[in-house]
Design a protein around this ligand. Structure first.
Ligand SMILES: [Zn+2]
Length: 226
């Protein structure tokens, strides 16, 4: 019985639908939180939790689109502000710089997207990734859930535009990218390729050490003067 169960899982989730893991598809939402938030605004500000006939709802929906697009127009007075590129904190710059200086190798493979290049790099403590491993990863040739998991978390794929000025719009399939839309792999590769330079303060921390969160202390200089 147990055997059958496992085969069913394997067939369904590792063979037939082998790309459900969010690492496969950038920009699929990790949670439905923003969907729920939008739903709340519709109920609280537009439909007022009432049921409407389709004709009335069409007018309301039209009004929603009109008002929402107006409020997001950045030229409008008091618009809803949103950022179009990720913010890189000093901590992230430091991590990226350390990654760039590390001995971890990255394998360069031309991307499916024109004008972009894929860089495969080992996750965790590993220093190298082989073309054979990338082949297995790309062909999705896993034979168990454990192997699937190992593969998903042992190789990161960074996609960078060949245009140096667009490095912030790079993609990665590591967990921090899904949260922040930027990660040390993207910026680290961009530093290695000389697409960008980290701020000088990112180099303050010795390689291998980690920067604490938040603003760096400013007092050290004063203390040095006797
Ligand atoms: Zn990453």
């Amino acid at each position: 019985m147990m055997k059958l169960h496992r085969d069913g899982f394997f067939q369904e989730w590792l063979k037939t639908f082998d790309s459900w893991y969010e690492g496969y598809n950038n920009f699929t939402p990790s949670t439905n939180n923003s969907l729920e938030a939008t739903n709340r605004v519709i109920k609280d500000e537009h439909t007022f939790r009432e049921r409407h006939p389709l004709s009335r709802f069409f007018i309301i929906a039209n009004d929603i689109v009109h008002r929402w697009s107006k409020s997001r127009n950045q030229k409008q007075a008091d618009p809803i502000i949103y950022s179009t590129e990720p913010t890189i904190t000093l901590q992230e710059w430091t991590n990226a710089y350390h990654f760039a200086k590390s001995s971890k190798s990255a394998l360069q493979i031309s991307s499916k997207r024109k004008g972009f290049t894929d860089y495969y790099m080992p996750a965790g403590k590993a220093q190298n990734v082989t073309t054979n491993e990338i082949q297995i990863y790309k062909m999705k040739k896993w034979t168990s859930l454990d192997q699937f998991k190992d593969f998903q978390f042992s190789i990161w794929r960074v996609t960078l535009s060949d245009n140096a000025t667009e490095c912030k719009s790079g993609l990665c399939n590591c967990p921090s990218f899904f949260k922040e839309y930027i990660c040390k792999h993207i910026m680290g590769m961009a530093i290695r390729l000389k697409f960008c330079k980290p701020p000088p303060s990112a180099k303050d921390i010795p390689l291998g050490e980690k920067r604490n969160r938040g603003r760096p202390r400013k007092a050290t200089k004063v203390l040095l003067i006797q």
